[in-house]
Design a protein around this ligand. Structure first.
Ligand code: ZN
Length: 317
């Protein structure tokens, strides 16, 4: 018997101009619709606060649960629930962006958190490339290239395949490109500076570009394209593989074909099913489901044929 149950969440869906229809056709988050760019599967952020799907806290938000029952989260000190897990379906390319770190966001964005994020590439077209890093050697050169609109010269592109994993630290110029399906694990922040939007118009007008902030927070020089990319295509099954351990989160991949057991001795463990179906304990779970295993959950028994991404905010173990 587990002392605490699994906390199942109702995702929050976001419509975006670049969004596709896979969140409906493949993940069945909604009956119909298109232009759905993001599914915030595990989030307590004010821009998309997930509701608890069942059990004693059904209908309450994750932010409420985190504030009122911190014991389920190991009584961690973070004033807000620290992580946000989303699936991104980019039918079109996203604008090229950069995020501030905690210090800059605190000072310039009303005490908000900065944003470190990582991407697991769930699917992408052949010959897909992500935008990561840039070619300016100094901040002056960066400013010059941005002001002159020499973006194609500025940005770096890296080839990626399904199953690749990328860590994006603050100050990294980055963009998701068309046709990519990504699971993003990030600090719970929505602070984004738009560097370049490929000259696109929305309702007849270009979207706002955050020129000064972008120049201020971008790492220079930055060869982020040469770091932080991991290929996970040939991982052994039924084992937990760590993809990243940084200041803010730890993330693992699990390819299950049979069964797997682990101890949940983290303050909380987040779990997203990317493919397949199976069980956690007695509970049937399937592609597109997102869960929190709270403090006191005890031993985790997973069975079935599934691809999972797990994460926690505890980086001390
Ligand atoms: Zn980003």
């Amino acid at each position: 018997m587990n002392k605490q149950d699994v906390i199942a969440l109702e995702p929050v869906l976001k419509e975006n101009i670049w969004g596709g229809s896979r969140l409906v056709t493949e993940f069945h988050y909604r009956e119909e619709g298109s232009g759905l760019g993001e599914c915030w599967g595990i989030s307590a952020h004010p821009h998309g606060d997930c509701k608890i799907a069942e059990g004693p806290y059904q209908g309450k938000t994750l932010s409420w649960l985190y504030q009122e029952h911190r014991e389920l989260f190991g009584n961690i000190k973070s004033p807000e629930f620290p992580l946000l897990v989303k699936i991104i379906d980019a039918k079109d390319k996203l604008s090229i962006q950069v995020h501030p770190d905690d210090a800059y966001a605190k000072e310039h964005e009303n005490g908000s958190l900065g944003k470190t994020e990582c991407w697991y590439v769930m699917d992408c077209p052949e010959n897909a490339e992500l935008v990561i890093g840039h070619n300016a050697k100094t901040r002056e050169e960066l400013a010059e290239m941005v002001h002159a609109g020499r973006y194609e010269e500025l940005i770096r592109r890296v080839p990626v395949k399904k199953g690749d994993f990328v860590q994006i630290i603050p100050g990294t110029i980055h963009a998701i490109t068309e046709g990519m399906l990504i699971l993003e694990t990030q600090q719970s922040s929505d602070v984004t500076y738009r560097v370049y939007d490929y000259g696109r118009l929305m309702n007849g007008k270009p979207r706002e570009i955050h020129v000064e902030q972008s120049i201020a927070v971008t790492n220079v020089p930055d060869e982020a394209d040469k770091k932080g990319l991991l290929h996970t295509q040939n991982l052994a099954k039924n084992e937990l593989h760590e993809l990243i351990s940084c200041e803010y989160y730890r993330v693992w991949k699990l390819d299950l074909a049979g069964s797997f057991t682990m101890k949940q001795d983290f303050p909380f463990l987040l779990l997203s099913v990317l493919e397949g179906e199976g069980r956690i304990g007695e509970l049937a779970i399937k592609k597109g489901d997102h869960f929190i295993l709270p403090t006191g959950y005890g031993n985790v028994f997973l069975s079935g044929t599934m691809e999972l991404i797990l994460s926690t905010a505890d980086c001390t173990k």
